[in-house]
Design a binder for this molecule. Structure first.
Ligand SMILES: [Zn+2]
Length: 194
């Protein structure tokens, strides 16, 4: 298969394939390189500390199968020195999840939702322990997403409205985008429609 075709098929932003080996056997190995030399993201703090790179390395990650063959990607990885604590960290690559691509981890998670770790492992050619680790990491990720704090309103207005004819006024703090009263003089009124 033409390398450009494989690049399109894998569809990993900013990475292209430069070599494919072992495709005549059970596994396919695909060597990747970055298209554009974007600065590395520090895995310690999630920030970019400029372009300086401490050292370069590579890792093998498993991706989804192609035509029934297991696919392993050789991904270049850079190490950076975190300015927060001075430690050397491997760059963070968003489409990876440990030694697997995020989409592979997603597949494991979906499989373990319908069957046992052991059976999922048998199907994928992984041992139970590996399946358990991927599944646990995925669950932790999902739990973190759920724990995201309620976003602060972008636009608020404070309105004083007549409550009872002629007499009383109520002060409402309104989240304009959501059209909800988030506070009034009676205290917190979360989620009440205006
Ligand atoms: Zn950092």
């Amino acid at each position: 298969m033409h390398l450009d075709t494989i690049t399109k098929l894998l569809d990993i932003p900013n990475y292209r394939e430069i070599e494919v080996t072992g495709s005549e056997y059970k596994n396919i190995y695909i060597v990747l390189e970055r298209v554009e030399d974007t600065p590395p993201v520090c895995s310690g703090c999630g920030n970019i500390h400029g372009r300086s790179v401490h050292s370069r390395d590579g890792m093998i990650v498993e991706d989804l199968r192609i035509s029934g063959k297991r696919v392993f990607l050789l991904v270049p990885k850079r190490k950076v020195q975190c300015v927060e604590d001075g430690t050397i960290r491997v760059e963070e690559i968003r489409w990876l999840n440990g030694r697997f691509t995020a989409r592979f981890a997603e597949q494991v998670y979906r499989l373990t939702s319908i069957t046992t770790n052991q059976e999922a492992g048998w199907y994928l050619g992984l041992d139970d322990e590996t399946v358990y680790r991927i599944d646990k990491r995925k669950l932790e990720e999902l739990a973190l997403e759920k724990l995201d704090p309620v976003p602060a309103p972008k636009h608020m207005s404070v309105d004083e409205v007549a409550w009872q004819k002629w007499h009383k006024y109520v002060t409402n703090v309104v989240d304009v985008d959501q059209r909800k009263v988030i506070w009034n003089h009676r205290g917190l009124r979360q989620g009440e429609p205006r």
